[in-house]
Every structure is written in C-alpha cells, then in structure tokens.
Design a protein around this ligand. Structure first.
Ligand SMILES: [Zn+2]
Length: 725
C-alpha cells in the first residue's frame, strides 16, 4: 500500500483577516514555529488542547471571520449571502489531505467500507491512511468555495438531498457542481470548520461528538464545539519524506552498543526472552545485555536496534502504524517495521518509525509502543548511553586482573571462617556434583589447580575429580556452583580473581563479573551451599587462596605415551621445573629440514645448542620426547611462553618456500596435540588461547606456510579426539 505522510498545513491568512488584530491568534501559533527539525514540523497533531476559556475566546474570533466579511457580488442564487472565500482566496492550498477530528487526532473522516458508489456514507474512523481517508481539496477561484473529493472513490463530499437541517446526512456523490458539494473553510483555534455553501450557519459535524469508529458525519448548525472542528494534514509521499529525514539524521547517532533510557520514566528498554515476538518493556537498571542495544544504520540512514542478548531486532508488531501499536523484538527482516529515524532533541533522541512519521517510539507506563508524535513530551525522548557488551566488559575486567593469582594448586578458604573450605560433596567425581563448604581435611577433594590464560580468565580444576568449578544455570543470583565437564559453554567455568585489599579474593564469574562465588546466607557450616550471587563485598564472597605444595607430581605433570623413545636433551638446553607455572598452552614448530625424530633429538643433545623442545615428530610420523613436560624447554624464544607451553618440533618434507610435512607427521601431530591437551586439562583448544605457533610469540617464520595452513584442521581434529565439537 502506498503510505502517506501528513503535514499540517500552514493556514494562509486571509487579506484583511480581522483575526490579525487579535493578539491571541499569534500566540496560539508560537509552538508550531519553535520546532526546528523537519521531523518536528510534521509533528503537531491537534492533541494539545487549549484550556476551555481560551477556546471560547478563539472561537469568538473565528465567528467574526465567518460573519463579518465584506460583501461581494455572488453570481449564484445562494439562499445565504456568503462570499468569504472568494474575497480572501484559498485558506488551504489545493492538494490531498487527511481530515482528523479535533476531538481525537487519530480519527479521520472516512468513506465507510471504502465504498465507491454514490451515497456511500461518510463517517469517522481510526486513521489507516487508506485512500478512503484521503480527500482532494480544490479551491474554486470563481466562487471561493472548496470541493472535497475522496481519492479512493472519486466522489465528492455532499449534503444528502441538499437538505439544510440539523442531522442532514453527509455522503459521497458524483461531482455535480452544486452547493451541496461546495464548502468554505474557517479557521478555529484547533483546526478548521467546514461550512456548507448551502447555508453558512451549517457546518460538517461529528454526530454526538462521538469518536467511536463508524460514528456519523452530518450537517449541523454551527455551535463552535470541537465536534465541528477538523485538522487538515497534507498528504505527501511518506517514503520519500522519511528517506529524506533518515538521510538528514544519519550522523546524529553513531553505530555502537547503548543502553536506552526513557526520559519520562527514567527506565531502560529491555527484553526478557530470546524469542521472536517477545515483548519489549522498561526496567529500572541496565546491567545485562538484555538491556543493551546495538545501533546499526543502513545506507539510507535508518536505524535498526538489535538486542545484545537475543540478537533480535526492535520491531513494531504487525507493521501497523496505528497509534498505540505494541513494540516487540523480532528476527531481523529489514522491513520498515524494524527501522527508525533517530532525531536528536537536546541530549535525547526521538525515534520516528519508518512506517509513518506520525508515530514515534513511546513509553507507555512500563511498556514500549508507538504513539502519535507528542512533541517534546519526555515519554518519547530517549537517552542513548554508550556501553560495552557484557563480553567486552568482562574481557576488560579479566585483562585488568590478569596476574592477580599465580598458576598453581590451592585450598580455597571461606572469608567467613578459614576452617571451612570449598569442597566437592562426598568427593564424587560426576559432572553436576555440588560444591559446598566443609571443614578442611587436606584431601584432594578440597584442592584446586588454578590456571589463568592469556586473557586473564582462570579455570579452577578440582584435583581429585579433574573436573572444573562451573556455574549451573547462568549469571543470576543463586545459580549453583558445581563440577563441570569443560565441554559445554566455556564461560560458565571460567573465573576472574580480583584481589581485595585484605589479601582475600573475590572470584568473579566470566559470564558476568557482577556475579561472584558466594556462600549461601553467609553461614560458615559443614555442607553449607556455595553459589554465585551479585557482588556485595561481604565475607560470604571473600576467599583466601592458600597455595599447596603438591607432593604428588602425577597430579601436576605427566608425559605422553605416544613417544616411542626418549632422546633426552642436554641439561644445558632446558630449565628444570617451570618456576611454579602450569601448562596452559601448546606451541607448534617445524625443524627447518627433513629429519627423523631421533636425529632432531640429537641436535638438542649438543651441550652448546641452547635450544630444545619437549617432543619431535619425524617424517615417518614417529614421535620422540626430549624434555619432560614438568620442565621448561627452550623452544619459543620467549620465556613467559616457554614456562606455560609444551612444544613440538615437526620434520619438514619439502623445504622453502612451502615447508610441507607428510601426512604421517600431520596425523601424529594431531594425536600428540590431543594427548597433551587432555592430560593437562586444557579443555577445548582455541587458537591463540591455548594453542599457537612459534611465530605468534617470537619474530620467526616457524613453522612455515604449510603447517599454518593446516592449523585449523589440526586443532579441529585434536578437539574431536577429545570430545570437543
Ligand atoms: Zn620454532
């Protein structure tokens, strides 16, 4: 359907208009002249009701316009001596208009059922911008009257039977040039009267001042009520107008993530669910991604708002432009129901619907809908505050807390009472086993291997079960702490250790750092449950990390069973131990030559070589070990990286430039990577996080183009072997 825009027409003053002398007249127009933007000029529907006294006065003024006009020769044999229009010229320019009741700016003069026939009734109806509601206004210079022709039917607004009487029906009829189809417009303070050329004491009237759909339009004696006052909106091409508005405003709001606060209610736009059709409402805080929206402009300057939590788009339900239509989220579909023009208004923005500029995003209590332009009313003003997604925010917190705890084995004591520690119930090793407080007993069920990755995220592995502390049901108060398998959503089993001034730690969830590990009800007791809860700084959320000297090396380090032979590197070429660090990474190298695993090991036995690696793979796919994993090989030319990494040399098959390796080498590499990751509990391998190549940590082209090209396959295949998909 061809959508239309309605522009309030500026009334042209009639020459010698007595209204000019009345001060109220100019005051009344002031609001419309203060609006600055194009959008705001389309704004002013007649929903600003003047106070009743003012109204009476203004109507008296209008009466003088109507009745005190100079005489003119009337060529027609009118029963009433009326020539106002002819003297002053047109009060509204010719064109297409929608005609709204001054009683209700969303109700329009309408041909019932969009009838095309003579006698079709004329009524009041909800604005739907259909052609049944669009009227062509044409001024006749010869007699000073307007004809009012319906666009949908081509018929004219007509007094049935040309009968001048209260209640005489108004219908549509084929144009016949009679006075039953001629009208004069007279300005009121709220719009215009439509005066019949049959008798200027009679005007178009909304029967019973009833604004219900279908209420009749009739002829009635002028009584200066709003039931006889009409607002004319000029119809122009809506899409062209909105396109222009969008283009003009495309730079006023930058693309990015925002919280969106309604000025009128002080509340933030929110959606609670992820599904299409979920309602958009207003809530008092904006900490979660469900209260954050990504602003995206299209090429024309229209704005789309995407919820950061659901990925769904702010959407006008049913693409209806009706006043009061609800606003929801929906899967992005690029329609005008999902587009807006952001128009700056002071510090705030109006969001004009791309469906029609008559409506804007509006706060209706705690709900969000579209409603007719309310000018500067704060319920249609929105403050956009730049924000980060939760992931970006958490990443920043992780980075700033990186190094707050060194990798190692710990007991985790409660800040309520240090004799209670984090304990895996009954030392069970199943995924989902509850984590609780219990009196310290020195068993591995109460010891944890804590390792922090390059981004500052830590994992907390229970030594006895080799399972990880994880959050059971997302970032919310009361979400339980339990053993997790390191398979599902990774963020629920990652943590950020924030050091308190007293040396204790708050242990923040990597899902959302607003939530931290918390002892239920702050009670120190055997069996007391442990959960996550919003950070509140109480002792229930403070933990003392006590480093453990693990006598059992097998809980820390092991070596691969895939190596067929030990070829120990010379002790000059590596460092015993890892300076307390744990293995968090695998680094891949190439030998820069074709060699067997054993001959490569021979190179590291040279006491002056000052280099080594943990493993090497020959061109037949055979694996040798050179340095124990508990020790630090000198492979990466980067000490920090060496301390945390297990390193693998691979024999080349071809030399520069490709440095291809054989499929046998490739297959062994995949198996060895999977084995190292599994024994060291690295979890799912992610490039740059817990697996890399030499060139990532030092200035070298090692391991050459071919291995780099195969890297994603190596990682994916290794993950698959370990059950990560
Ligand atoms: Zn290398």
């Amino acid at each position: 359907m061809y959508r239309m825009l309605l522009l309030k027409s500026q009334a042209k003053k009639m020459a010698g208009d007595p209204g000019d002398k009345v001060p109220d007249q100019s005051e009344k127009e002031t609001p419309a002249e203060t609006v600055s933007s194009l959008e705001d000029q389309s704004a002013e529907p007649s929903n600003e009701s003047p106070d009743p006294e003012q109204e009476t006065e203004d109507f008296r003024v209008d009466e003088s316009i109507l009745w005190e006009v100079p005489e003119n020769n009337d060529s027609e044999n009118s029963t009433v001596d009326l020539k106002t229009g002819a003297m002053g010229g047109p009060i509204l320019e010719n064109g297409n208009y929608q005609i709204f009741s001054s009683l209700n700016p969303d109700k329009s003069i309408d041909v019932a059922g969009g009838a095309k026939y003579n006698g079709g009734n004329v009524q009041i109806y909800d604005n739907n911008e259909s052609n049944a509601q669009i009227w062509k206004l044409e001024y006749n210079n010869a007699d000073g009257f307007y004809s009012i022709q319906n666009i949908g039917s081509g018929k004219y607004l007509d007094v049935t039977g040309a009968k001048v009487a209260n209640g005489s029906n108004i219908q549509q009829y084929t144009g016949n040039g009679t006075k039953a189809q001629k009208w004069q417009l007279v300005q009121t303070n709220a719009g215009y009267k439509i005066v019949s050329a049959l008798n200027n004491a009679y005007v178009i009237d909304l029967a019973g001042a009833n604004t219900s759909n279908g209420a009749n339009i009739q002829l009635y004696q002028n009584n200066n009520t709003k039931a006889q006052s009409w607002v004319f909106w000029k119809v122009i091409d809506q899409i062209a107008y909105l396109d222009q508005l969008a283009s003009q405003n495309k730079n006023v709001l930058k693309d990015g993530s925002y919280t969106i606060r309604n000025v009128g209610t002080g509340k933030y736009m929110n959606v609670n669910q992820s599904s299409s059709g979920a309602n958009v409402n207003l809530v008092s805080s904006a900490n979660q991604d469900s209260q954050k929206w990504q602003v995206q402009h299209d090429g024309k300057g229209y704005v789309t708002l995407i919820n950061l939590s659901s990925g769904k788009v702010l959407d006008v339900t049913g693409a209806s432009s009706m006043n009061g239509t609800n606003v929801q989220q929906y899967a992005g579909n690029g329609t005008r129901a999902q587009k807006w023009v952001a128009v700056k208004n002071g510090e705030a923005y109006h969001l004009v619907s791309a469906l029609t500029s008559r409506v804007r995003l509006n706060a209706n209590g705690a709900n969000v809908d579209i409603e007719l332009n309310k000018g500067t009313n704060a319920v249609q003003a929105w403050i956009f505050a730049s924000t980060l997604s939760t992931r970006d925010t958490v990443n920043q917190v992780a980075a700033s807390n990186k190094g707050s705890i060194s990798d190692g084995f710990y007991e985790i004591q409660s800040g309520i009472n240090s004799k209670f520690v984090l304990d895996v119930a009954a030392a069970v090793t199943e995924v989902g086993t509850n984590v609780q407080l219990y009196s310290a007993n020195g068993t591995n069920a109460q010891k944890y291997k804590i390792v922090t990755d390059g981004l500052g995220y830590s994992t907390i592995m229970n030594v006895h079960s080799k399972k990880y502390l994880g959050v059971a049901s997302g970032a919310r108060n009361g979400s339980n702490l339990q053993l997790s398998d390191h398979l599902a959503d990774q963020w629920n089993e990652k943590w950020i250790f924030g050091k308190n001034s007293d040396g204790t730690y708050k242990i923040m969830s990597a899902l959302n750092t607003a939530f931290v590990i918390d002892v239920l009800s702050g009670i120190g007791a055997n069996g007391q449950n442990v959960q996550i809860y919003q950070s509140n700084g109480t002792n229930a959320q403070k933990f003392k990390l006590v480093k453990q000297n693990m006598t059992d090396q097998s809980t820390q380090f092991s070596n691969s069973n895939l190596a067929y032979k030990w070829v120990p590197a010379h002790t000059n070429n590596y460092t015993v131990g890892r300076e307390g660090c744990l293995i968090t990474n695998i680094t891949i190298h190439h030998m820069d030559g074709r060699a067997t695993a054993e001959s490569c090991g021979g190179v590291f036995q040279n006491p002056n070589r000052e280099a080594s690696a943990h493993y090497g793979i020959g061109y037949n796919g055979e694996i040798c070990q050179y340095v124990a994993e508990k020790d630090t090989a000198w492979a990466n030319a980067n000490w920090e990286s060496n301390k945390h990494s297990v390193t693998i040399e691979n024999s080349d098959w071809t030399l520069a430039p490709e440095y291809k390796i054989t499929d046998a080498t490739l297959n062994s590499l995949i198996r060895l990577v999977a084995d190292i990751a599994s024994r060291n509990h690295l979890g799912k391998l992610i490039y740059g996080q817990n697996i890399n190549v030499h060139g990532d940590v030092a200035a070298t082209s090692c391991p050459g183009p071919y291995i780099r090209q195969k890297l994603s396959q190596i990682i994916a295949s290794s993950n698959k072997l370990n059950g990560f998909f």
